[in-house]
Design a protein around this ligand. Sequence first.
Ligand code: FPP
Length: 252
Amino acid sequence: MVASLRNNTGKIEPLIPEVVPKHVAIIMDGNGRWAKARGLPRTEGHRQGTENLRRILKACVEFGVEILTIYAFSTENWKRPRAEVRVLMSILEMVIDRELRELHESGVQIRHIGELDAMAPALQKKIRYACDFTKNNTKLILNVAFNYGGRDEIIHAVRKIVASGIAPEQINEDLISSYMYTSPLPDPDLIIRTSGEVRSSNFLVWQGTYSEYYFTPVYWPDFDKEQLREALIEYSRRTRRFGQTDEQIKDE
Ligand code: FPP
């Protein structure tokens, strides 16, 4: 894939600003395997993955991505060994404690998607504070999917719709979208999954219907700015048809 991204002077093609995806979502996979390959504990993979997130955030701002959604802890991740769950929780806490000011100064707006209630009250409070503190920032929206599951999100939305007494004939796609955790943000244009796994793993089940997917064998801690650039260039070459024909798209 890399070869096809190079022009005849061997340089990587530049990004075309008009086709940079507005909303990129990432399944940051492969931390455990990255660590195992180096004889390190899995938790070291998560630490390196967190460092990498800082680099990718900067690269997103530089490339003109407006919204980044990261899959940091799924509703299924509770099944992991308790010590690893504790580390993942503490990483989120540490990111808020140590990085909030810098994220704020860089213009990052933090949003949380997922079920807050199952988390420790102190962590819930920190997440709420981080979201509130950065709510007026506009440089980059960072959606942190933590204790998030796509099916869980749909159940949550259906419950709220039913509880609010909405008539069945009023239910349409826009209404359901407005009950998703991501509302009012647009759906992701591009979903990247690192580490060679080729599945969506309950991530953005509703919102990802028409997203372009990009899979790479690179483990998350090694997915750097140039890897991101390649993903964005690959995206820029795709034709998004949303169910229409090529001819219809050309006529638009
Ligand atoms: C998947 O790798 C990764 C996770 C479950 C956690 C992702 C978390 C981070 C990158 C840290 C940043 C987090 C926050 C809260 C900002 P894996 O453990 O499934 O790797 P494996 O498939 O190789 O075992």
